[in-house]
Every structure is written in structure tokens, then in C-alpha cells.
Design a protein around this ligand. Structure first.
Ligand SMILES: Nc1ncnc2c1ncn2[C@@H]1O[C@H](COP(=O)(O)OP(=O)(O)OP(=O)(O)O)[C@@H](O)[C@H]1O
Ligand SMILES: [Mg+2]
Length: 489
């Protein structure tokens, strides 16, 4: 069963088609002119749009409807009905993004078949989107937590450059999440199905790093017993992540520069260069500009890598992210002995937020892991954390064991589904999570989530009485029902 929006200026045509589609179990919203179609598209998000091309015999409104339908998120599939049998308009309709067209007059069976095909297509697209979303969740934005303005800027940059081939230089202290950002860039690009190849440039001595990166021919040096492809070759079509680029020896810097300029790789001991299509991401916790000034890093390579810099601020400059990170690391964890979900005390959370975290998010993550092992209770308390953190805790008024910090609900769940929770709980938890998602959503999606959460809140106040809730919300009952039906969209 699908939601179908149907537009044609001939009333009898609309009635007939609507009847046939309804008989097949579809929900049909009929329109006989273009007037309110655009709003209906935005509000109702149909799965399929069937529209006539000419709605008043003079202007091809159908084209605008296609464009509008395709701009929705997710885009609606469109079938165009052409009355004039004109090949050009059919071609134009397909170019504008229509999935199919059907020429009038048509047999109803023909239309049914056409609709069926379009819906199968929608279903496949939907499944693909879900699969892709799964991959994204694994490596994508949603694994990077942070609502601070510094992290929002990081998200904005990642979103802007992910699906380009530009070289990105990721800068940040140790443990700030540079590799996480590199993965998000790769898995949100069209290279996502090709390899992501990380290499730590400080982990190998110069000659090994060289053959690791570029490969070698058999006999090129002692120990080269067979031909070997380098990582640039392995990453063909995908992304190579050069971590700790600041430690790369200068001779290799020159070779890397050549690869970046010529987009081809020559194995050690080989005369022939091979073309590769590899996106380069690099990261460092060093001050590359200073290395350039000191003559330890090639200036031309620096400029070549620094096309787009993404700077991840240290955790101490975005302490507001600490509670969210803590809840992220505690999410789905249970206390081994009692089997109960783990929580953290208000006092411990405040102490964590006060620490300066020289090892950044990694250090915080390790502190939580350690506490998980040591904890006596399903409630983490100050003495489960390292002495530096304990030293930052407020005086113990004896209440610590009784009170879990209100903000350590599983990340996202409480604030996103119930924005009111934050305000009612704010007396108990002064640093409660703001009602903000930890990932970037489109404004429309965010507004819709907030709206849905608020509607649910008012419904609870009204004891699930929809008429009462509609009155409180000052909307018609029909609007309330429509909005509730949108919830799962
Ligand atoms: N914003 C974040 N949200 C969730 N987890 C994070 C975030 N930032 C870092 N982490 C986690 O912290 C750990 C360190 O991150 P990562 O390895 O990406 O840091 P790095 O900057 O590459 O560190 P280094 O410079 O030491 O290599 C990882 O386990 C990562 O999952
Ligand atoms: Mg790293």
C-alpha cells in the first residue's frame, strides 16, 4: 500500500484513476489543479506522484511538480501522464527526473503496471538507503559526538567536503578524533565502497614506510623477495589516510608530493609509473607550520595537503560535550554483576567535566572503561575514576550513591524524543543535555522531531485524549491526526 498524489485537470480522469488505485489498496490524494500541490507534497510526503503535464492547456505545470517531488527528502517517484503524445515533453519529463511516463489515452491495466513498477523501484531505493544508512551509522557522523560550536563547525566542514575528492588535512591534539573524522569523510563519499586505507607514518622506519606506501619490485632491496603493491595501489578508487604526516621523512615527502601532483605511483625499483585514483586525507597533532619554518616539512607539500583544513578542538575547550560523550560511552553497557544499566552520579559527572583531559576523548573513553571494570555498583561514582578526577570532585555530602545524573539517559533518546524533559529536570541537573541531537540534521528533520516530541508531550498531559490535545495545541483534530500519521516518516 502506497501513498499516491494524483494531479490532473480532468475531474473524470482523476476520479477514475483514483478509484482503480484505491481498489488496489493505495491511499490516493487527488488534485485537479496545481494550486496546493506544492504544499501537499511537502506536508504529506507521498511515495508516488502521478501528474498530468499540462494542467491548464498552456503551461506545463507538471514539470514544476516533478522538480518539487524530486527535491523532497526522500524524493517522491513521479509518473508523468502526457496528453499530447509529444515525444519531446516525455523526454523532458524524464530529464527533469520523472521515473516513467504514460501516454493518454491509456488502458487502466497499463497504468496499474506502470504504478507497480514505480513502487518496486521506490522500495529498492528505500532498502538501499537503509543499507547505506547502516554503514553510515557505523562510520558516519552519528558516531562522532559533540554539540559544542567547535564540533558543529567540524560537522559542517565534514559534510561540505566529504563527497568531494579534495585533500583534507585534519588537525588536532592526540585523541581528539582525527581518525574518526577521516573515516566519516570516506564513508560519506562516493568512494565508500572502495577501500579506506589508514597508515601511521610514524610507525615504520623510512625504507619500510616507502615500500609500504608505494610498493616495490622483486629484488629492489635485500629482502624484497617478490613484487609487492603499495598502499596507494591498494587504495585505488578509495581513500588513503596518512596519519601523523608530520613525522614523514623528507625524502618520502618529495615522493608523496609527486604522487599528489601526477596522480601516479612508481614502485621502489620500478621504472614504470601506474596511474592511481586515490583521495588523500592526512592528519597530524603537530604544528606543521612550525615544522615548515624549521625546515623539517616541505612547504610545497604542506600547501598541497592543506587544501581544506579541519581543526578538531581539544576537549578542554568544549567541556559541554563531556556529558554527551560520557553517555555515549555508557550507552548499552550493563553492570556485570547486577546486569543493570550503568549510570553515573551527578558528582562524578561534574568532576569529569572539570578535568582538562590532556589525552582528550581517548583519555575520557579510557577513564570510563577503567571505571566500568572497577565499579561496585551500577552507578559510577567519583572514586571509580583516576585520582586527578577525584581531586576535582565537590565535597561529598553523602548523597552520591542515591542520585544518578539526570542527563545520562542514552544519548539522543531523552532530549530528542522529549524536549520537555530537559526543562523539568533542570533543577536536578544544572548541566542537563540541551534538547539537541548530537549529529547534524536538516532543519526540517530537526523541526519535525521537535514537533513530534512536543505533540507526544501534550498528548500525555491530555491523557491521550486527541481532541483535548488538539485544543491545547490550537490545531484542528484533522491536523493532529495528519501529524501523528507522519510520525514514522
Ligand atoms: N567526538 C567523538 N565522539 C565519539 N568518540 C570519539 C570522539 N572523538 C574521539 N572519539 C573516540 O576516541 C578515541 C580516539 O579517537 P581517534 O583515534 O580518532 O583520535 P586521534 O585524533 O586519531 O588520536 P591520535 O592523535 O592519538 O591518533 C576513539 O576510540 C574514538 O572513537
Ligand atoms: Mg589517530
Amino acid at each position: 500500500m502506497a501513498k499516491i498524489l494524483l494531479v490532473d485537470d480532468e475531474l473524470t480522469m482523476v476520479q477514475m484513476v483514483a478509484e482503480v488505485l484505491r481498489a488496489d489498496g493505495h491511499e490516493v490524494w487527488p488534485f485537479t489543479n496545481a494550486n496546493s500541490v506544492a504544499e501537499a507534497l511537502e506536508e504529506r510526503h507521498p511515495d508516488l506522484v502521478i501528474t498530468d503535464l499540462y494542467l491548464d492547456k498552456t503551461k506545463p505545470h507538471g514539470m514544476e511538480i516533478i522538480r518539487k517531488a524530486r527535491s523532497l527528502n526522500p524524493p517522491a517517484v513521479v509518473i508523468m501522464m502526457t496528453g499530447f503524445g509529444s515525444v519531446e515533453s516525455a523526454v523532458e519529463a524524464m530529464q527533469a527526473g520523472a521515473y516513467d511516463y504514460i501516454e493518454k489515452p491509456f488502458k487502466l491495466d497499463e497504468l496499474k503496471l506502470c504504478v507497480q513498477r514505480a513502487l518496486v523501484y521506490t522500495q529498492t531505493v528505500h532498502e538501499n538507503t537503509l543499507l547505506r544508512r547502516e554503514i553510515r551509522q557505523k562510520y558516519g557522523f552519528s558516531r562522532i559526538i559533540g554539540a559544542s560550536s567547535g564540533m558543529q563547525e567540524v560537522f559542517r566542514m565534514v559534510e561540505r567536503v566529504a563527497d568531494t575528492s579534495t585533500t583534507v588535512l585534519i588537525l588536532g591534539e592526540s585523541g581528539t578524533g582525527k581518525e574518526l573524522v577521516a573515516r566519516a569523510l570516506h564513508f560519506n563519499s562516493r568512494r565508500t565502497h572502495a577501500p579506506f586505507v589508514p597508515i601511521n607514518c610514524s610507525a615504520l622506519p623510512e625504507n619500510l614506510l616507502e615500500s609500504e606506501l608505494f610498493g616495490h619490485r622483486k629484488g629492489a632491496f635485500t629482502g624484497a623477495i617478490a613484487d609487492k603493491n603499495g598502499l596507494f595501489h591498494d587504495a585505488d578508487g578509495g581513500t588513503i589516510f596518512l596519519d601523523e604526516i608530520g613525522t614523514m621523512p623528507s625524502q618520502l615527502q618529495s615522493r608523496l608530493l609527486r604522487v599528489l601532483q601526477e596522480k601516479e605511483v612508481r614502485r621502489v625499483g620500478d621504472n614504470v609509473a601506474v596511474t592511481v585514483d586515490v583521495r588523500v586525507l592526512a592528519a597530524t597533532n603537530e604544528n606543521l607550520e612550525r615544522l615548515v619554518k624549521e625546515g623539517r616539512f616541505r612547504e610545497d607539500l604542506y600547501y598541497r595537503l592543506n587544501v581544506v583544513p579541519i581543526v578538531i578542538p581539544p576537549l578542554r575547550e568544549r567541556r559541554e560535550d563531556i556529558p554527551m560523550l560520557v553517555s555515549h560511552f555508557l550507552k548499552d553497557r550493563i553492570h556485570a554483576r547486577s546486569g543493570r544499566p550503568l549510570q553515573i552520579s551527578r558528582r562524578a559527572l561534574d568532576a569529569l567535566a572539570a578535568h582538562s583531559w590532556p589525552g582528550n576523548v581517548r583519555e575520557l573513553e579510557n577513564a570510563i572503561e577503567r571505571a566500568l571494570v572497577l565499579a561496585d555498583l551500577p552507578l559510577l561514582v567519583v572514586h571509580d575514576f583516576p585520582p586527578v578526577v577525584q581531586g576535582l570532585a565537590a565535597d561529598d555530602d553523602g548523597a552520591e550513591h542515591d542520585e544518578a545524573a539526570a542527563n545520562v539517559e542514552p544519548v539522543g533518546a531523552a532530549p530528542a524524543s522529549d524536549p520537555m524533559a530537559g526543562s523539568t529536570a533542570s533543577t536536578a541537573a544544572s548541566t542537563a543535555l540541551p534538547g539537541l541531537p548530537q549529529t547534524i540534521l536538516s532543519l526540517r528533520r530537526f523541526s519535525r522531531d521537535q514537533e513530534q516530541a512536543y505533540i507526544q508531550h501534550v498528548l500525555r498531559i491530555a491523557n491521550q485524549n486527541k481532541e483535548e490535545a488538539a485544543r491545547l495545541l490550537d490545531i484542528s483534530l484533522a491536523t493532529l491526526y495528519r501529524k501523528l500519521a507522519e510520525e514514522g516518516v
